[in-house]
Design a protein around this ligand. Structure first.
Ligand code: 4AD
Ligand code: MG
Length: 469
């Protein structure tokens, strides 16, 4: 079986007994070089903590001598250390690596290495996104993101749902909201035309196509064959909104399930969120302690509470009533029919319920064409899950499974039924009640870690005006 060349720092720090003949490798966070003893803090990304390397300079020196070797090892350098794991007399750490030999793998020039020992601003670190994973904050974000990702598969696999991969390039607009990135191989300085309009039959796919905004419609095709499915992939939105919760490229988790209605959908969303929160609390205690101390005070306790308590569930009409009666001044005045703005959502989560809230039954005018119409003819079985600090993290619905009602809705919205022929087939042949939702993965990571800006929870953020790295 494959083994990595070095044991991880995490596994060394978790050792039960002292060990000899250990080799570790990683990047130096700090160095203290004294007359007889030198210390290196070694980090390999496997855990929040560093491995303290202790070098007794009175022992047999390497060929070049201890002082010249240590002078060449600065913050950011990569090294390999051989020695033994011994109980550490220092407070706060159980083990240290007593070095017999140290090999410099790759030097890092102290003058030009951008990550110095001092605290850097998140804005500055965004400009060096290729190096920021070497900081405590971004290492912790990466590990928590990984846990959330793995826990997502764990959760749905446990339910017997199938992971499906839906297309990235598509000719359908899943949300009917525009905001799509066009994909074309037509020469932009000389597009072929038919009449006045661009002739897309000459384009690569023979029709106008885009990067997907959601895998849902394709997900429905598989849910109405396999029962329960989920996607977990990149989605794209050309929203020019420069906010702390919007990206142009983000990852979405989209379960789609046959035979469940809006109530089953709410139960699934709540159960899923609680499962992944619990997993992070269990698997990333050090990272969470770090976020709790440095990023968002109280985030651990908040998650523990959220896992225990039922989410509040209210209708859109109730939400409007609560907001109206609150006497609170909002930038966007509240009335029935308006789409809830982030300030409204956050008033509900942060002030009224102090926890997650699921809102259902939105006016059909502000929601997508595929949502199941309620008997009142005015509202749809939409569902948004709102959380404190962020507002919406999940958007979903029961889907309109009735062919006639769905065709009528497309007509009302001036959408061309021909474009949705295959989607309508799912209602034409063996239609069933079904529901699903989309969870913005970066918003989930933001919520769990307490990180304020969505650009800091994805390795290389894409936003309007920025596709660096
Ligand atoms: O509410 P949305 O637009 O819903 C859909 O796309 C449905 N088709 C999902 C479904 O039912 N299968 O987006 C779902 C979630 C939002 O709640 C939000 O968390 C996230 O995706 N999201 C974004 N995250 C980051 N940047 C953006 N620009 C986002 N737009 C939506
Ligand atoms: Mg939404």
């Amino acid at each position: 079986m494959f083994q990595t060349p070095y044991p991880s720092v995490a596994s060394l720090l978790a050792s039960e007994t002292p060990r000899q003949g250990i080799k570790a490798a990683g990047w130096v966070r700090t160095k203290r070089d004294g007359k007889e003893t030198a210390f290196l803090e070694l980090n390999d990304g496997s855990t929040q903590g560093n491995l303290q390397v202790v070098i007794d300079k009175t022992q047999t020196p390497p060929a070049e001598g201890w002082d010249p070797l240590l002078a060449s090892i600065g913050t950011g350098a990569s090294v390999e250390v051989a020695g033994s794991l011994k109980e550490s007399p220092a407070a706060g750490q159980k083990w240290e690596l007593s070095a017999m030999s140290v090999v410099l793998l790759g030097a890092a020039d102290a003058e030009t290495y951008p990550l110095q020992k001092k605290k850097h601003s998140l804005e500055f670190l965004r400009e060096i996104a290729h190096l920021r994973a070497r900081t405590n904050t971004f290492g912790a974000v990466a590990r928590v993101r990984n846990t959330l990702s793995f826990a997502t598969h764990e959760y749905f696999q446990k339910l017997g749902f199938y992971y499906v991969n839906t297309p990235i390039v598509t000719a359908s607009d899943a949300e009917g909201a525009g905001q799509m990135f066009q994909v074309t191989t037509l020469p932009l300085d000389n597009v072929p035309r038919a009449g006045g309009a661009v002739d897309y039959t000459k384009d690569f796919f023979g029709k106008k196509s885009h990067l997907t905004v959601s895998g849902q419609l394709n997900g429905e095709a598989y849910a109405t064959a396999l029962g329960g499915v989920y996607t977990f992939g990149p989605t794209f939105r050309a929203e020019n909104s420069n906010t702390t919760r919007h990206l142009a490229e983000f990852w979405m988790i989209e379960p789609e399930v046959s035979f469940i209605d809006i109530h089953g959908n709410m139960d699934l969303a709540e159960d899923f969120l609680k499962f992944v929160f619990a997993r992070v609390l269990e698997r990333n205690p050090e990272e969470m302690a770090f976020f709790n101390q440095w990023v968002e005070k109280g985030v651990v306790e908040t998650l523990q509470t959220v896992v225990r308590k039922p989410f509040a569930r209210i209708t859109y009409s109730e939400a409007v009533e609560i907001l109206t009666k609150s006497g609170q001044k909002f930038e966007f005045p509240i009335y029935w029919g308006i789409d809830l703005q982030s300030e409204h959502e956050r008033y509900l989560t942060d002030v009224v319920y102090q926890g997650p809230v699921i809102v259902t039954g939105y006016p059909k005018e502000i929601k997508a064409f595929y949502m199941k119409l309620n008997d009142d003819g005015k509202t749809v079985r939409a569902m948004d899950v709102l959380v404190p600090r962020l507002g919406e993290i999940i958007g979903g619905s029961q889907r309109e499974e009735d062919l006639v009602a769905l065709e009528q809705r497309l007509g009302e919205l001036g959408m061309n039924p021909e474009d949705y022929r295959w989607y309508l087939d799912l209602r034409r042949f063996g239609t069933v009640v079904h529901s699903g939702f989309g969870l913005g993965f970066e918003r989930l990571v933001q919520y769990v870690t307490g990180m304020g800006n969505i650009r800091d929870v994805i390795p290389f953020p894409r936003t309007a005006g920025n596709a660096d790295f």
